[in-house]
Write a protein that binds this ligand. Structure first.
Ligand code: NAP
Length: 229
């Protein structure tokens, strides 16, 4: 029986790369996204993949789409928003949206799928960010959400140890996607895709995490672009 992985943000740069890598490793891939057309386009090329419509702004409204998942080897939480703005410029609605999509929805999706994950003695991977470890001026809602994601992962890891679940947080640096390009533009910093981590490289790290021999696992992984002299 093929192992199944659910990937959120599968229409994004990192999520799509993880979906491809997972299929290459023999997984059946549930590619989750909020836009039916985009997610169908991603699925079209990936063997053994099925689309799942999830708009994470309202995570409790989407649980029905997951009701039929009764066994799940892994979830990879890749969905995220990363608006760069100061506290002064960030309205309450933006805080709520960022914290909902980046943290609370990840908790809610995981909660809904815990029975299926426990059945498979599965693995939950949170794609966080290097800034989740420290403050960044003009990026407080994002960094707060990534710091919250770290706390969610750390608590889940301890709670689910008795069921054998593994929980991994990935702290990666700049990865060549549209999101990074927009963020760099907002901060007035240059963006050269070739100097960044490539999504396929990050995806290979995620698959290494998922496919490790089962006597050990990686609770946290930092991934940084190689410095270019
Ligand atoms: N790229 C980097 O340098 C970098 C560095 C550190 C951490 N990260 C993290 O890596 C993750 C993936 O980022 P990326 O670079 O691949 O960005 P991306 O290409 O912009 O992908 C983001 C994904 O999140 C999805 N998403 C956004 N809002 C959503 C919502 N309301 N409901 C469902 N899905 C939603 C997007 O869906 P749509 O396609 O429908 O918009 C897209 O699939 C994010 O959590 C990001 O914080 C990225």
């Amino acid at each position: 029986m093929a192992r199944t992985v659910l990937i959120t943000g599968a229409s994004g740069g990192i999520g799509a790369a993880v979906a491809w890598a997972a299929a290459d490793h023999g997984y059946r891939v549930l590619t989750a996204g909020r836009d039916a057309t985009r997610i169908d386009q991603v699925c079209a090329g990936i063997p053994r993949s099925s689309p799942v419509l999830l708009d994470l702004r309202n995570p409790t409204d989407v649980l029905e789409s997951l009701a039929e998942v009764d066994r799940l080897e892994a979830i990879v939480h890749c969905a995220g928003v990363a608006e760069a703005a100061s506290v002064e410029e960030t309205p309450y609605s933006r805080w709520l949206e960022t914290l909902t999509i980046n943290v609370a929805a990840a908790a809610e999706i995981t909660r809904a799928l815990l029975p299926a994950l426990r059945k498979a003695v599965g693995h939950v991977v949170f794609v966080s960010a290097a800034p989740g470890l420290h403050a960044v001026p003009r990026w407080s809602a994002y960094t707060a959400s990534k710091a919250g994601l770290r706390e969610l992962a750390d608590a889940l890891r301890e709670e689910e140890a008795r069921h054998g679940l593994r929980v991994t947080t990935i702290y990666q640096g700049g990865t060549a996607t549209e999101l990074l390009q927009k963020v760099r533009a907002k901060f007035g910093r240059p963006y050269h895709a070739a100097d960044c981590i490539q999504p396929a490289t990050l995806a290979s790290v995620v698959l290494t995490v998922l496919d490790m021999r089962d006597d050990a696992y990686l609770p946290e992984v930092s991934v940084l672009p190689t410095p270019r002299p």
